[in-house]
Design a binder for this molecule. Sequence first.
Ligand SMILES: Cc1ncc(C[n+]2csc(CCOP(=O)(O)OP(=O)(O)O)c2C)c(N)n1
Ligand SMILES: CC(=O)[C@@H](O)[C@H](O)COP(=O)(O)O
Ligand SMILES: [Mg+2]
Length: 637
Amino acid sequence: MGRILDTIDSPSDLKNLKVPQLEELAGEIREILVNTVAENGGHLAANLGVVELTLALHHVLDTPRDKIIWDVGHQCYTHKVITGRKNEIHTLRRFKGLSGFPKVEESIYDVFNTGHSSTSISAALGMALARDLQRERFRIVAVIGDGALTGGMAFEALNHAGHQGCDLTVVLNDNEMSISRNVGALSTYLSNLRSDPAYFRRKAEIESWVQRIPGIGPNIVRVAEKLKDSLKYLIVPGMLFEELGFTYIGPIDGHNLQDLITVLGKTGGMKGPVLIHVITQKGRGYEPALAKPDEFHGIGPFNVDTGLPLKPASVTYTQVFGDFMVQRASQDPRVVAITAAMTSGTGLSDFARRFPDRFFDVGICEQHAVTLAAGMARMGLRPVVAIYSTFLQRAYDQIVHDVCLQNLPVVFAVDRAGLVGEDGPTHHGVFDLSYLRHVPNLVVMAPSDENELADMLYSAFSYDMPVAVRYPRGSGEGVGVKKERKLIHLPQARIIREGRNMLFLGIGRGVGLALRAAEILQEQGIEASVVDARFVKPLDRELLGSLLRQFERVVTVEDNVLHGGFGSAVLEMAADLRRHCNILRVGVPDRFIEHGSVDALFDELGMDASGIVAKVMETWPELTRTGGWRILRFGEK
Ligand SMILES: Cc1ncc(C[n+]2csc(CCOP(=O)(O)OP(=O)(O)O)c2C)c(N)n1
Ligand SMILES: CC(=O)[C@@H](O)[C@H](O)COP(=O)(O)O
Ligand SMILES: [Mg+2]
């Protein structure tokens, strides 16, 4: 017998399926999810948890007329499979393949692009208000996780939605997990709702009792309504969502298709905002993911039978940061670490275990994380805030207003800087040099290898001012980390290769790229100097200034956007020095960069070593005959 999935080309094909068939379909989809992620990497655990929820939503709703907005969007794989993309699912997260997140450019069923957390309710409310102003009628559902609900934006939106009172469904997908175990008072509140459904039975019983109070006439009904309200306070402490203006329904078993279909169906006609609290299991249906949902949140290729990663992990920048933090904290009791729901991603798991009192996971709250650090620094602690470059975008004002304006010694460990690869445009950390470089008091550094990262973190503490150290996702250059730490004097750059024909100024990963380009050029008889600038702010004006005077041809290399990045800083310096040399800037162009492996992306952008060499040759063709070396062109004898 064929698979049920073979008969599903769009959500309308789900409509006639009965619950047992939908259950069978859920099993088929889980198999595809596990096999696809085992091959391509991706967000497995969250996707396994929402298979039934996704099927129920598409069974009840009339998509794409009705709209589903997936918060973060990392859980949208089942949605992709049943909305006409099952035959492309093997290309998931690959260069030119399907995105791992909802993408309006990809399908009419993807109605809002996501990737960063806690945006779904705002977007859904915006759509609902637009729908009402345009006098249209369709249903809008935001699906948000318990982790994403810790983000401030989600509360700003709930607050506004309750006030507006328009028709809107929020499905709260509660699996008790963010990437790690969810944190915070809200998480405890949800846990109370989950573990004591009796709250809700009692509430329902008493409400129906109030309604049955004998007596007819508007006055008595009003009294009864008032009584009902006050009883709510007594019976259901908090009643958070109802107080915010939502009708709360739940908790509901998110793996019971019949219950989901019934509730989603019945709530379709309700007036005003409704919140349906659904309980799911992260990793459901695949034992290794169920056992370790945090490891299977986002995972690289793995062996399906064992659940073990295929590639042995080599030393990453993140690990170097994590090790440094443990070492530093054991020497300095003022050191504290802050993460916004990314304990393992930022390499702080060991720190959290060793120094639980000095470790703060604030939830998905980057803005709060930064101002919290400012408060701690004000009182004499030495906070280190570890946040991915792309998520730190959220905390720009807190960096300016709360940290730098007061010149507080907060260290920002800006992980995942530059192109991150398969997560794509929502996650590339290519803007940080531009959004940090112009902030007064802030030192901005980027290491060229893992040893330099350790030295930079060590040095950052000695500057006694705000410092951002940005470094890429994944492995370092393979140089290892020396035992002894070296103080890097502010703002000292260093020359790492000398050659007389041209000068490369690299920053961060750009240094390795420049070095490899210089090696290729040398094979062609062109001698290039390479400098590791180390600081983007302040620039080493003494060294870089004198080099700009020496060299006619200068190439800057960075994995930040060209607008306002390192190359721009060098151009500004050259202009200030009235030095009019030729400066070629290599970096990320002014467009959003798609997903794919970092190598494929560098290749596409001409930012890999051979791409840089090609740009150099195109800019300075005279270099093909330089200083007595004759360069052979392809096919020339
Ligand atoms: C602003 C922002 N910060 C951090 C992240 C990283 N992140 C992605 S998913 C996730 C956990 C989300 O938990 P939840 O919403 O409960 O979804 P689940 O994976 O449990 O289904 C985090 C922290 C993000 N995407 N956006
Ligand atoms: C969806 C999300 O935002 C995170 O799960 C992110 O994909 C993690 O990225 P890393 O794999 O680089 O930790
Ligand atoms: Mg969750």
